[in-house]
Design a protein around this ligand. Structure first.
Ligand code: MG
Length: 204
C-alpha cells in the first residue's frame, strides 16, 4: 500500500504559505510506515519544533489501474475518508529553500493518520461539494469544501496513474485547505466529514 499526496490543491492554503499556484498537481509519496498503528497516538518527532496539521479528504483506491482516463476514474474508488498530512514545517522550509525533496518533512513515521472508517461515496450527492473540518481540543482550526480543490478527485486519479500503478488499498491525500498550524504535545485532534466524526488522535 502506498500513500499518494497532493500539495497546493486549495488556493486559500497556497496563499497562506506564499506558494505559487501550480499548473499541474504537486505530488509526493509517503510510505506505509507513515500510517500509525491502530489507536496509536501521534508521537511528536524530535527533529522538529513546528509540526503542522493538514486535514485532507482521502480517496481509497479499489483496484489496479494505470493510465486511467479522467472519465473512468470514478470506477477506481468507492470510499472517502479523512486524514492528516502531518508536516514538519520548519524542516520543509529548509528543504524547499534548497530545492530539495520534502520527504524528511512529510513522510516520517506516523505522519499520515487515516480515519479507521471510510464513507461510501454513494452517501454524497456530489463529491465535489463535501464539507470537512478539523478541531484541535474542540476548537475548529481548518474548514474546507472539496469544491475549492484546484484539481478534482477524478483528474488527480487520472494524473497520478500516468506515473504510478494504482493498487487496491492505496490512499490518495487530496490536499489541505487554509488554517494549517502547529500541534502541541497533549492536543487532541478530531476530523470530520460533514458532521460525521471519523478520526480522533492524541499528540504525545
Ligand atoms: Mg498536505
Amino acid at each position: 500500500m502506498k500513500i499518494i499526496c497532493v500539495g497546493r490543491n486549495y488556493v486559500d492554503h497556497i496563499r497562506e504559505l506564499s506558494n505559487e499556484q501550480p499548473d499541474d498537481p504537486v505530488i509526493f509519496l509517503k510510505p506505509e510506515t507513515a500510517v500509525p498503528l491502530k489507536n496509536e497516538p501521534f508521537f511528536y518527532p524530535d527533529f522538529s519544533q513546528d509540526v503542522h496539521h493538514e486535514v485532507e479528504i482521502l480517496v481509497k483506491i479499489n483496484r489496479v489501474g494505470k493510465n486511467i482516463e479522467e472519465r473512468f476514474a470514478h470506477k477506481y474508488y468507492d470510499e472517502i475518508g479523512v486524514g492528516i498530512d502531518f508536516t514538519a514545517r520548519d524542516l520543509q522550509s529548509k528543504l524547499k529553500a534548497k530545492g530539495l525533496p520534502w520527504e524528511l518533512a512529510k513522510a516520517f513515521n506516523g505522519s499520515a493518520p487515516i480515519s479507521p472508517t471510510f464513507v461510501p461515496k454513494t452517501d454524497f450527492a456530489d463529491l465535489n461539494n463535501i464539507n470537512f473540518h478539523l478541531d484541535v481540543n474542540g476548537e475548529t482550526r481548518q474548514q474546507g469544501n472539496t469544491s475549492l480543490m484546484l484539481f478534482k478527485i477524478d483528474y488527480l486519479i487520472s494524473f497520478v496513474s500516468r506515473y504510478f500503478l494504482l493498487q487496491k488499498g492505496d490512499i490518495l491525500f487530496t490536499g489541505t485547505p487554509k488554517g494549517v498550524g502547529p500541534v502541541q504535545i497533549g492536543d487532541t485532534l478530531t476530523a470530520y466529514i460533514e458532521d460525521r466524526k471519523l478520526l480522533e488522535l492524541n499528540v504525545k
